[in-house]
Design a protein. Structure first.
Length: 264
């Protein structure tokens, strides 16, 4: 005898109880958080970059044709490109470690990048060690990504800054003692800084259509990788590596994309 037949053959009270249990079970199932279906991604092993696309349906783009990062080589100079129109303001300090990278959270809308007539708002900037983009096959020890988004289309424009070992970086120096090492203990201060101070004076750049370099690997990113690196000391670079370890995605194939170059 099935459970349903057992209840049906007994009192109306039991039948009502059975109906209530059915409603309760299905209601609870529908309330399950969607995030639970996605396995946590990492930078190595069975949840590393080669497997991101299989960890979750939402990560399907990680096997797409417009993936980043790429090796930058043989770029074509394009005189139709425009200089970067950056309008960065002073903002208060909020730094987080999200388990994968050190991230500076910005006040949304206070700093902008205008590109081809579209205004993108700076959302955050973060770091990768080693660099994700390579130049002629060579990594830099550190790379900074300034992530901007068009609030209408949700398309992104990301400025990549390569960081080489050399003199101490004055911009980074003011934060080195405050870099968080725990995901539950961000550093928040009323001290102000301007993200423009981390950029090189020369803003010549490479550009190509690509993606986020972490899941879900959305393919709606215009990449702008500055050709002029900035410097940071060996101790500064080592500190980022101690916290983040090697958090870079290996280069992806160009798949016929053209890398363009704008000389300032």
């Amino acid at each position: 005898m099935t459970l349903y037949q057992h209840f049906k053959s007994n009192t109306p009270l039991k039948t009502a109880l059975f109906a209530f249990l059915l409603v309760f079970v299905f209601s609870c199932k529908n309330d399950e958080p969607v995030d639970d279906v996605c396995e946590k991604w990492e930078y190595e092993g069975v949840t590393g970059p080669d497997h991101w696309m299989s960890l979750c349906d939402d990560y399907a783009d990680c096997s797409g044709m417009l993936q980043s990062p790429v090796n930058i080589s043989g770029a074509t100079t394009d005189t139709s490109l425009q200089p970067l129109a950056l309008s960065y303001t002073d903002i208060e300090t909020e730094i987080e470690f999200n388990g994968h990278t050190i991230e500076f959270v910005t006040e949304e809308g206070s700093s902008t990048l205008t590109l081809n007539g579209t205004v993108y708002k700076l959302l955050q900037f973060h770091f990768h060690t080693l660099s994700e983009h390579t130049i002629n096959g060579n990594h830099s020890p550190l790379e900074l990504h300034l992530v901007h988004q068009d609030p209408v289309s949700k398309n992104r424009a990301v400025v990549g800054v390569l960081i080489e070992e050399g003199a101490e970086n004055g911009f980074l120096a003011q934060f080195m003692d405050h870099l968080p090492v725990s995901t539950t203990m961000p550093y928040i201060s009323t001290d102000h800084y301007n993200a423009a101070d981390v950029l090189p004076a020369n803003k010549s750049y490479f550009t190509y259509p690509g993606s986020l370099t972490t899941p879900p690997c959305d393919q709606n990113v215009t990449w702008i990788v500055l050709s002029e690196p900035v410097e940071a000391s060996a101790a500064q670079i080592l500190r980022f590596e101690e916290i983040m370890h090697h958090n870079y995605r290996p280069e992806r194939p160009l798949q016929g994309r053209v890398i363009k170059f704008f000389p300032e």
